[in-house]
Design a protein around this ligand. Structure first.
Ligand code: ADP
Length: 220
């Protein structure tokens, strides 16, 4: 169905993750149909999200009555109740929703969701745990794994790179990382160029393999 409007999103399960997602989509102007089987949750959120409905998402008839088959995109945000998560995702696949997203609470859960036809599986708790580990145990100010072996980190410049134009620093050859952007105190981030000279007090965005970024962020 190429003529489906791709913008509206169905969000199923309004726990912490689903609620944050539905509210953020709404704030960004996206039309949201949010579904949860808890009456209390639905009452709390009505008025804040375009459409909020109380229904059991493992019931095909209920999904049809709410018009779910007309949507291009849906997110299964149920985590704790694995059975409900898997059954809901399977029904969305049966309805041939073109773009199905689901949250998984474990690797196995994610594998099952993939097998039954979910297009994008996300691991919010796991990803956040990994990210916070980098912040808690090292000197990074922020960290994001873009793919399994590619990361970006916000950190401070190591001593040996202060006052040297990046073009002459041999950074890529020596450490396998690229400095993407630099922020000096009181000004915005700017893209790093070959002429950029880092100063103490700067904050930098560095990218490269996970290992290279981790090692670079540990340099004194
Ligand atoms: P979080 O960890 O993000 O808080 P939870 O898995 O705890 O996520 O929350 C899931 C939400 O999904 C709850 O609000 C729950 O009422 C809802 N839910 C669970 N099963 C169903 C179902 N079969 N149909 C609709 N909503 C459901």
């Amino acid at each position: 169905m190429a003529d489906k409007n791709r913008d509206p999103v169905v969000v199923i399960g309004l726990g912490r993750f689903g609620t944050a997602l539905a509210l953020e989509l709404t704030r960004r102007g996206t039309e949201v149909l949010a579904i949860d089987n808890s009456r209390k949750t639905v009452q709390q959120l009505s008025g804040q999200i375009t459409h909020v409905a109380q229904a059991d998402s493992t019931d095909m008839e209920a999904l049809r009555q709410l018009g779910v088959p007309d949507f291009y995109r849906a997110v299964v945000a149920i985590g704790t109740d694995l059975e409900a998560s898997i059954l809901t995702a399977a029904l969305l696949a049966e309805l041939e929703i073109e773009d199905i997203w689901a949250k998984a609470v474990s690797k196995q859960h994610g594998q099952i969701l993939n097998r039954i036809g979910v297009h994008h599986v996300v691991f919010p708790e796991n990803d956040m745990g990994e990210r916070v580990a980098h912040l808690v145990s090292g000197r990074m100010l922020d960290y994001m794994e873009v793919e399994e072996n590619f990361a970006m980190a916000k950190t401070r410049p190591p001593k040996e790179y202060v006052g040297v134009p990046l073009g002459r620093s041999n950074l890529r050859r020596k450490h396998g990382v690229t400095i993407v952007a630099v922020k000096s105190p009181g000004v915005d981030f700017t893209y790093a160029t070959a002429d950029t000279e880092l100063s103490y007090g700067d904050v930098i965005i560095v990218s490269g393999s996970v290992e290279a970024v981790e090692r670079f962020a540990e340099l004194p």
